[in-house]
Design a protein around this ligand. Structure first.
Ligand code: SF4
Length: 378
């Protein structure tokens, strides 16, 4: 699924954020018009920007615009976009999806072996903040769920809290899922500040990859990360924050998985949700595949023991990114269709599987690397 495209920009200073429409008579003050024909007939004054596949730049008459865009078919009425002065058109929010994400920053203070979006060391925070400061009030009020991701969102510092305040104010009924490594909350003031927001629709998804600090620190490639994350988790719990523990399943985490489950129950019993997640074959993973790959079929004993131990203690447990045909049937009740629509795929043999509608399938990028034990149910 296309989430960005590019054309040639005209008269755009910095960037423009708006709501796309194909209706030249709209009264929306934030409208960005998609118009592929008859540019001479439109009243361009009414729009913040015009997007067109046409190459009739002469007809754009000094208005902010991006022309010669290869295709705009992926944009639907009401989608939010950011249009840059370099001609980039990034989709910020899709009205027809439950899987919308705010990218807080590409910076990170960890460097995980299996990072799906490897960090970039450039100061993108002021620009991204400005874009979302404009976009958040335009998001439909009935948006059910939003994810905030990075990089590491807490590296925004003060802007992190301002952004959360903006979301809470504009989208009071939206569930917010914040993906963070939790290390910043080792500083009590950070957790205290978050607690002061009294944001009960906010859930923090925080990874813990091992019960042993050296293994966790190796996986995230950051010294002292385990200690900071565990202290951070306790500080957050002290301020009544809702927490999800996220465990990625691979060669480095599997050997201690059952001990990790016991550690979570004993030391992090306040976690509202624990999720065990299959490996994504994207970002750093293909480069570190020798250190990471284990066929999911080969860790089902460890996964089953960890999941059933935690569930048996009354904890809420899920399995993400794992196909039903790879899971033993007794674990199906924990399996969720967790892969976002824009990155979900199935193998050709899935088309004749009787469980297709119950199965979450694969990440599109995992079509190249997946369990050898995927077999359609007859
Ligand atoms: S064959 Fe495909 S659809 Fe069926 S359970 Fe396996 S991965 Fe899912």
């Amino acid at each position: 699924m296309l989430l960005r495209t590019k054309g040639t920009s005209l008269n755009i200073q910095d960037f423009i954020v708006g709501r796309v429409t194909r209706d030249p008579h709209t009264r929306d003050n934030n409208a960005i018009l998609i118009c592929d024909e008859q540019l001479q007939d439109i009243n361009a004054d009414r729009f913040n920007c015009i997007l067109t596949s046409s190459n009739q730049d002469g007809k754009l008459n000094g208005y902010p615009a991006v022309y010669k865009v290869p295709s705009l078919d992926h944009l639907f009425e009401g989608d939010l976009v950011a249009v840059g002065n370099d001609g980039n058109i990034k989709t910020l929010y899709r009205v027809n999806s439950f899987h919308n994400t705010i990218l807080a920053t590409e910076r990170c203070n960890s460097n995980c072996l299996m990072c799906s979006q490897p960090p970039r060391n450039r100061n993108d925070i002021p620009t991204l903040y400005s874009i979302y400061e404009k976009a958040i009030p335009m998001i439909p009020k009935d948006c059910p769920e939003l994810c905030i991701s990075g990089g590491e969102p807490t590296l925004m510092g003060e802007l992190f809290f301002q952004m959360l305040g903006n979301i809470k104010h504009n989208l009071p009924d939206t569930e917010i899922h914040l993906l963070t490594n939790g290390r910043s909350f080792a500083w009590p003031a950070m957790a205290e500040r978050l607690g002061a927001l009294e944001y009960d629709r906010l859930m923090l998804g925080i990874p813990v990859y091992s019960d042993y600090y050296q293994v966790h620190d190796y996986i995230v490639q950051a010294c002292d990360a385990f200690n900071q994350t565990i202290v951070g988790l306790h500080n957050l719990a002290r301020h009544n924050q809702r927490i999800e523990i996220r465990v990625v399943l691979h060669q480095q985490s599997i050997p201690r998985l059952t001990r990790l489950a016991r550690y979570i129950y004993k030391n992090l019993p306040f976690a509202e949700h624990v999720t065990f997640m299959g490996l994504e074959y994207v970002g750093y993973t293909p480069h570190n595949i020798e250190k990471l790959w284990i066929d999911p079929h080969d860790y089902m004993n460890e996964l089953g023991e960890a999941v059933e131990f935690l569930a048996g203690q009354g904890m809420h447990v899920s399995i993400y990114n794992t196909q039903l045909c790879v899971l033993p049937e007794q674990l199906w009740k924990y399996a969720r269709k967790s892969i976002s629509d824009w990155k979900q795929s199935y193998l050709p043999e899935c088309s004749r599987c009787t469980k297709l509608s119950d199965c979450g399938g694969l990440f599109t990028w995992n079509l190249k690397k997946h369990s050898e034990h995927i077999r359609p149910f007859e």
